[in-house]
Design a protein around this ligand. Structure first.
Ligand code: ADP
Ligand code: MG
Length: 346
């Protein structure tokens, strides 16, 4: 019961594998380049315009593979694998890995522990790491739960020390960080118009070639449809939702892949999806996961306090709450015109 996870998606993407060839033909006319790759357990679609686009996207693809090789939990040669199998001994990692880990730990502090990169043993008890889903017994859950806690992870310079039995997984922030690194690389290569869709993590570089904003579709968490569109330039748009990966247990309940680090159970905060808009993909990614766990009230409080991001919350009951900074760039799709929508003000 796994699926393609489109939280936010670029409106207008119609093709998967057939794109590249079609676009190659088109590229000589429009300088459009497009690449689709499967990496980090998701489909990624990269689109860029301009004379530098084709070379830049080829290099972006290489970069994605490099980062996946560092951060994969399952690949035996990855740095995360080395940390997870270190049996408590210090491990030396690359700057990128230590920086991502430090960032994740910092975001855990900022979100009162709602984000926690040490949940892997619990996620695997639920089968979210393999797709063999099950409701874990209380004994198993308690045993796995004891092996978590981001405060126990030490990251000093390039050295990481993880207590024996614990395992980390940076999946909740990695794609956001990849988006930041790719956008930086593209800009350095003089690409001024690109849209990176990293499995629902959208990173926009500049505007569309004609100078207009990118139109990013937000998925209705209760169906496969786009319920609203955000118009953005040079920003990241990241969505987390329970619908992305879930199973229905023998008890008829739905269990999804975002866990509450306080209980080890799927987070039930009254939200069905959280979309974060901001400058940094990694921050948006961390916040989308954390605010899904925290729920609307705490999310609003953090929004007021932080001041550097905007958000769209969809509740379990299908209400939409969006922060005032998005008021002018958010629009409901025609079929959703009467969806109850409220603006959150400062
Ligand atoms: P996705 O990567 O599925 O698009 P997220 O960025 O929200 O969405 O990350 C969810 C992933 O992070 C889960 O699949 C799981 O591996 C892990 N995870 C689940 N709950 C948490 C949590 N509270 N903190 C950190 N990581 C989590
Ligand atoms: Mg996330």
């Amino acid at each position: 019961m796994r699926y393609v996870r489109f939280g936010a998606l670029a409106v207008g993407f119609l093709c998967l594998t057939a794109c590249t060839r079609t676009m190659e033909n088109a590229s000589s006319v429009t300088d459009l380049a497009e690449v689709s790759v499967f990496a980090m357990d998701t489909y990624m679609y990269l689109t860029a315009y301009g004379s530098a686009a084709e070379t830049a996207l080829a290099q972006a693809e290489t970069r994605i593979a490099e980062l996946e090789n560092k951060w994969s939990v399952t690949l035996e040669t990855s740095e995360i694998y080395a940390i997870n199998h270190s049996k408590g001994t210090p491990v030396s990692v690359s700057d990128e890995t230590s920086s991502l880990l430090r960032f994740s730990l910092d975001m855990s502090e900022q979100t009162d522990g709602a984000l926690d990169c040490t949940l892997y043993p619990v996620l695997s008890a639920w089968g979210f790491t393999t797709g063999s889903y099950q409701i874990p017994s209380e004994t198993l859950l308690a045993q796995r739960f004891a092996q978590t806690g981001y405060e126990k992870v030490q990251c000093n310079g390039s050295t990481v020390t993880l207590p024996e039995g614990m395992q980390i997984d940076l999946g909740a922030v990695a794609k956001g960080y990849v988006g930041d690194l790719l956008a930086e690389q593209l800009r350095a290569q003089h690409v001024t118009s690109a849209l990176l869709d990293l499995g629902g993590n959208i990173q926009a570089v500049g505007t569309k070639p004609d100078g207009s904003a990118w139109r990013i579709g937000l998925r209705n968490p209760f169906s496969e449809e786009t319920f609203a569109v955000l118009e953005v330039a040079d920003l990241a748009v990241v969505t987390s939702g329970g619908y992305e990966r879930y199973f229905v247990g023998e008890d008829g309940e739905t269990y999804w892949h975002i866990l509450d680090p306080e209980t080890g159970q799927p987070a039930r905060s009254g939200l069905a999806s959280v979309t974060i808009v901001g400058q940094e993909g990694r921050r948006c990614d961390a916040l989308s996961t954390a605010l899904f766990v925290m729920g609307r009230e705490k999310a609003e409080a953090l929004w007021r306090q932080a001041g550097d991001f905007e958000m769209v919350l969809v509740t379990d009951t299908g209400e939409v709450f969006l922060t005032e900074g998005l008021e002018d760039v958010f629009s409901l799709q025609q079929d959703y015109a009467d969806m109850p929508t409220e603006i959150i003000r400062r």
